[in-house]
Design a binder for this molecule. Structure first.
Ligand code: ASP
Length: 335
């Protein structure tokens, strides 16, 4: 077992009850970890803890915290065999996707986890999620960013939060689990990313302007005109089924065309959890390609948002970004 680094960002796992509901408390979690005997038992990797300041509910985590996590991993990369990132569940799938793109040519496990019930409460799922994540990080068999929760190890760029209150809270709708933890931890060798031969590096994200627009019956596209054509670098359009939009009014296509002319990259994802976008399969989707939108295939919205941030942070031209959105970079989409 290699020594691992636990990066604690906040989230339910280390929260305590307050008069305003659960909230993180500085210093509490480090003391609580020292009280868990298993963490110093023989089968466990040795570990250090880095606690962020301030500790956050993950609703407040965005680009600057993604950079902070990425820089912490980069600065400690040579000192540890793997990393466990403790994070709130609400936006954990976004952070897992963001880190997948940020950390290039990663050769060590980076495992995000947390819990639905705080460590200090009865029936908490924190202990198992933490201990199993530490074992996976210490074993060094995965070489990518993953999310472990409720017995499932999921590729970071494929994860989505599927339950607000279940203890098996995350799913990987379009890619097999990388491992399942029952009595043993069973790795799915065929699903793991191949070891990279490149040299590990970090791309910090910039504040790009990204929007997600969910299409619904009766949507009046005209109302979106100012943000779509002027304000945004990238748009994820969550469409029906395989990429369909209503064509009862002709407002959307000119908007997409103008957005595209302004350098905005419009990526078409599906509202369905499972399956893939097939632009052109129906008349109601083929016009999207003609107007300059690109297919997100079976990417989660979380991965599409993170990928847009990543590509804009690299300062690429819109045309190149369009190409890359349709290219598999970190195992985030199936062509
Ligand atoms: N609101 C919490 C968070 O995301 C929920 C959790 O951790 O489960 O930080």
């Amino acid at each position: 077992m290699k020594k691992i680094c636990i990066i604690y960002t906040g989230g339910t796992i280390g929260m305590v009850p307050t008069s305003n509901g659960f909230a993180p408390e500085k210093g509490y979690f480090a003391g609580a970890l020292n009280g868990i005997d298993e963490l110093s038992s023989d089968g466990m990797p040795r570990w250090d803890l880095i606690e962020f300041e301030p500790l956050l509910d993950s609703s407040n985590i965005a680009v600057s915290q993604w950079n902070q996590i990425g820089c912490t991993i980069r600065d400690n990369y040579d000192n540890y065999g793997g990393f466990v990132v403790l994070h709130g569940t609400d936006t954990m799938a976004y952070t897992a996707s963001a880190l997948s793109f940020m950390l290039e040519d990663l050769d060590k496990p980076v495992i995000l986890t947390g819990s639905q019930i705080p460590l200090c409460m009865l029936r908490s799922d924190a202990r198992d999620n933490l201990i199993t994540s530490m074992l996976i990080a210490g074993a060094g068999r995965v070489h990518e960013v993953c999310l472990y929760f409720g017995g499932r190890l999921i590729r970071g760029s494929r994860a989505t939060k599927a339950s607000a209150d279940g203890l098996i809270a995350f799913d990987s709708p379009n890619y097999p689990f990388l491992a399942e933890a029952g009595i043993d931890i069973r790795y799915n060798k065929n699903a793991l990313a191949k070891r990279s031969r490149g040299r590990f590096c970090l791309t910090e994200f910039h504040q790009a302007s990204i929007g997600v627009i969910k299409v619904f019956p009766g949507i009046q596209f005209r109302l979106f005109e100012p943000i779509m054509t002027e304000g945004l670098n990238g748009i994820v359009l969550e469409t029906f089924g395989t990429g369909n939009i209503p064509n009862y009014d002709d407002a959307l296509l000119p908007l997409i065309r103008r957005a595209f002319e302004n350098g905005t990259v419009v990526t078409v994802c599906s509202q369905c959890q499972q399956g893939t976008v097939k632009l052109g399969a129906y008349e109601t989707s083929s016009a999207l390609t003609a107007a300059g939108a690109v297919s997100g295939y079976d990417m989660t919205t979380e991965a599409a948002v993170a990928k847009l941030y990543y590509l804009f942070s690299r300062g690429l031209e819109a045309d190149k970004i369009k190409d890359m959105m349709e290219t598999d970079m970190r195992g985030e989409l199936t062509l």
